[in-house]
Design a protein around this ligand. Sequence first.
Ligand code: MLT
Length: 262
Amino acid sequence: MNSKIFVYKNTKISYSSTGKGTTLLFLHGFLENKSLWDEVSSGFTDRYRVISVDLLGHGESECLGYVHTMEDQADMLFALISHLRLRKIHIIGHSMGGYVALAFAELYPENVKSISLVNSTSRADSDERKINRDRAIDLVKKNHKIFIRLATQHLFDQDTHKRIPEKIENFTNQALETSLQGVIASLQGMKIRIDREALLYFGPYPKQIIAGTKDTIMKVNDIEDETEGTDVNFTTINCGHVAPLESPDEVIEKLKSFYKTL
Ligand code: MLT
């Protein structure tokens, strides 16, 4: 898809925009970029305007600082949608993109038509996860590329490595392009992100969570547990942590059936 540039606080942001209609805004996760959503978004361009953005410090977007909080990312997205003169949008976020979607929904609820979290959680990092973020930051500083290689290989189980080897290689090669500053800024930002479980109860817009039954990072039982007692549309796909890459058709189907209910 054709990339366009938007300049935000002297920082270049790369995004793509295709199709006409109600806007779907796709947000990728940590070490990913907007191309993660290419297959899924192509299922919507006939009826929707589809936008995907390289988040700060990822893909072709530059870094804004040394810590990219979820709110920094959300403010950048608000500036982008204001620049594009869009008001209400459906937001779909993969993993870290889901954390950003929730930060956006909290800061700019009037601009949200719905949110869909894919392999993501509304909960903050546990103490153990925070310690692991610090370890990760030390490792990245020592060997940036080895860190990225380990982090991406870890995302897929053996069956998936066998089933879609080229896709995983391409995914890893793109992840390796993430700058050292971009990696650390996101690790820091994710570590300090706040818990947004309350939005699952009180957010005044339809909400959906799509979990992967084989996801080892966002465990399906934990995700289901956080949706208990809420009106969140909770659904699962038989895949690991990167549903948009592993099972794009199922993600399209889940999003479409959610939009049908709105
Ligand atoms: C992601 O895929 O964005 C990350 O796994 C999210 C995280 O590390 O919390």
